[in-house]
Design a protein around this ligand. Structure first.
Ligand code: ASP
Ligand code: MG
Length: 408
């Protein structure tokens, strides 16, 4: 009888200490039976990756990317070995592998490499011997045998890519929350678990601040149509299914509210209103490798206008330097910045067909006297940049406005 394959990924908090590793070992063993094989992907224990990063930054403000990958990839090597030891201790056969050992080939972009191919033949061989296979997440290897990592949160990507390469039947993402919620339950106590969400909605929520899964992993899941089950490693409760849109899944106008505090706003004042000026500014900023998000430029009635845009907070120093240089060159005025902003977003695929959603969002904010500094929209989301001190209130009022507490 041909067995099917289950891929399970356990995040850092699920393997944070010995007791939790033992609990995961039990779950893994329980998932394996005469009809299926189990392939497990693990993240590094708890905050290990952050701790490793901090060590490097004690030595250098600009540690080389190659060495960072050598360093950061070690966290997952520890957890996969420990989990294999725990499983074997329970009397079941298991074997751990690093990303390079199972042939996860990537491009050469250190610290955020892309997976190109997965040979996986060592996994297949071990499965044929009926072993539980445990793979270190977040890492791969280039065609020149250099170790790479797949960007923070990259173990999700390892799991999705392995599910695709091995034609797995199920891909489960175990984390420390019960699934994806209509809003962060720490902010909104009425937040509800979402039973089913589309790849597009999840992708949008992940990029707009929902911190449950790495956005790139969802892109890949969408491309290959790999349904994901995000659930808690601490309970048996069903989590959230992330799927391609199907007939059964109702197109709701708003599926969830997100909040991100990871951006900063830059404003270039008194920019001359001439053709090619925006091109000039944003070319300078892209040259220093910063990706710009929301941009607002007003129509000018006075031959001068202000341009504001957001950048990741971590890129603010670089972006500011480039913006100031560009401003001097085009004879613009001051360059201002604000780190205390929040991006509040509503996401839902029904926005494609419902109208008045953005208006209701603005009403909710106005009713709470929250000023909107910038607005950005996509096909299935609306985001407002507001002052960070209103962030929590904004999320709560939007959750209420769109009656998300009624989701069942
Ligand atoms: N350990 C890595 C990180 O913390 C990868 C992961 O957890 O998925 O980013
Ligand atoms: Mg981690």
């Amino acid at each position: 009888m041909k067995k099917y394959i289950i891929v399970q990924k356990y995040g850092g908090s699920s393997v944070a200490n010995i007791a939790r590793i033992k609990a995961v070992a039990k779950r893994v063993v329980a998932a394996k039976n005469s009809r299926n094989h189990v392939v497990v992907v693990v993240s590094a224990l708890g905050d290990t990756t952050d701790d490793l990063e901090a060590l490097a930054f004690n030595l250098s403000r600009t540690p080389p990317d190659r060495e960072m990958d050598m360093l950061m990839s070690t966290g997952e090597q520890i957890s996969c070995a420990l989990l294999a030891i725990a499983v074997k201790e329970m009397g079941h056969d298991a074997i751990s592998f690093t990303g390079p050992q199972v042939g996860i080939q990537t491009d050469k972009t250190h610290t955020r490499a892309r997976i190109e191919t997965i040979s996986g033949h060592r996994i297949r061989k071990a499965l044929a011997q009926d072993k539980i296979v445990i793979v270190a997440g977040y890492q791969g290897v280039t065609d020149e045998d250099e170790i790479t990592t797949l960007g923070r949160g990259g173990s999700d990507l390892t799991a999705v890519a392995l599910a695709q390469a091995l034609k797995a039947k199920v891909c489960e993402i175990y984390t420390d929350v019960n699934g994806i919620y209509t809003a962060d339950p720490r902010l909104v106590k009425e937040a509800r678990k979402i039973k089913v969400i589309t790849f597009d909605e999840m992708l949008e929520m992940a990029s707009l601040g929902a911190q449950v899964m790495q956005a790139r992993s969802i892109e890949v899941a969408k491309r290959f149509n790999i349904s994901l089950h995000v659930r808690s490693s601490f309970s048996k409760e069903e989590g959230t299914m992330i799927v391609k849109k199907n007939e059964k899944l109702e197109d709701v106008a708003v599926r969830g509210v997100t909040c991100s505090k990871s951006d900063a706003k830059i404003t270039i004042c008194a920019v001359p209103d001439r053709t090619g000026i925006a091109a000039k500014i944003f070319t300078e900023i892209s040259k220093v490798g910063v990706s710009v998000d929301t941009i607002v430029q007003n129509v000018s009635h006075t031959k001068q206008t202000d341009i504001s845009f957001t950048v990741p907070k971590s890129s603010l120093p670089k972006a500011l330097q480039a913006a100031k240089a560009a401003a001097r060159e085009i004879h613009a005025g001051d360059v201002l910045y604000d780190k205390n902003i929040a991006r509040i977003s509503i996401v839902g695929s029904g926005m494609r067909s419902h109208h008045g959603i953005a208006a209701r969002m603005f009403q909710a904010l106005a009713e709470n006297k929250i000023n909107i500094e910038m607005i950005a929209t996509s096909e299935i989301s609306v985001s407002c940049i507001i002052s960070q001190r209103h962030a929590e209130k904004a999320v709560r009022s939007l959750h209420e406005k769109f009656e998300l507490e009624k989701v069942e």
